[in-house]
Write a new protein. Structure first.
Length: 209
């Protein structure tokens, strides 16, 4: 099975509890998603490679560490994934951003891809696919399929809340993709919503119904 990690930092857990509340406003919801994404970004970028660089301090020359030019790409699954992009960019401003757009077919309940716009050197980048929810796993699997079709090999999936069913499905389809979440929730209900979850992340981010 692919690697799976719950990032249980106290600040993340605290902010996530506020995010889940029904009474949290659109403005606060948006800010919290951003903040949690940034805190998670700190953890998920922990294994970025470093290289030595010689610098001059006010006192002497010295060899220190810098990021080893590993190119990054953040790929939100539209539309809710957009809410997590700025948090990541505040840590790695030089990262490129791709977009994968999907909607759920009302008949089959399967995700359908309608937009894929990626940096052209996507095959050379470390990719973070971001989406607040990993529910059935359908969108996540399709997004990773899309990226792999275009040569991407180094992919991590980052979400705020995951259902066990979605984790299992994504691991089964793409065992090489590491999954990071801030919470592993209980189960999916009959409508495909995560329980206890936080409702529809897109609607809550953008104030739509």
């Amino acid at each position: 099975m692919g690697k799976f990690q719950v990032i249980s930092h106290p600040l993340i857990q605290h902010k996530l509890s506020i995010l889940r509340r029904q009474t949290t406003s659109t403005k606060d919801f948006r800010e919290l998603v951003n903040e949690i994404a940034m805190l998670m970004g700190y953890e998920v970028s922990r294994d970025l490679p470093l290289e030595d660089v010689e610098i001059q301090t006010p006192v002497s020359k010295t060899v220190q560490k810098q990021l080893a030019g590993k190119k990054l790409a953040i790929v939100p699954i539209l539309r809710a994934g957009i809410g997590m992009v700025d948090g990541f960019l505040s840590l790695v401003p030089a990262a490129k951003v791709g977009h994968i757009g999907m909607y759920r077919d009302e008949e089959t309940l399967e995700p359908v891809e309608y937009l894929v716009k990626l940096p052209e050197d996507i095959d050379q980048r470390q990719i973070f696919v971001v989406d607040p929810m990993l529910a059935t796993g359908g969108s996540a699997i399709l997004a990773v399929d899309s990226l792999k079709k275009r040569g991407a090999a180094n992919i991590k999936f980052v979400c705020l809340v995951a259902a066990p069913e979605g984790v299992k499905k994504l691991q089964g389809a793409h065992p090489d993709v590491e999954i990071f979440t801030a919470a592993l929730d209980d189960h999916l209900n009959e409508h495909g919503y995560i329980v206890p979850g936080l409702g529809d992340a897109g609607d809550r981010l953008f104030g739509t119904k």
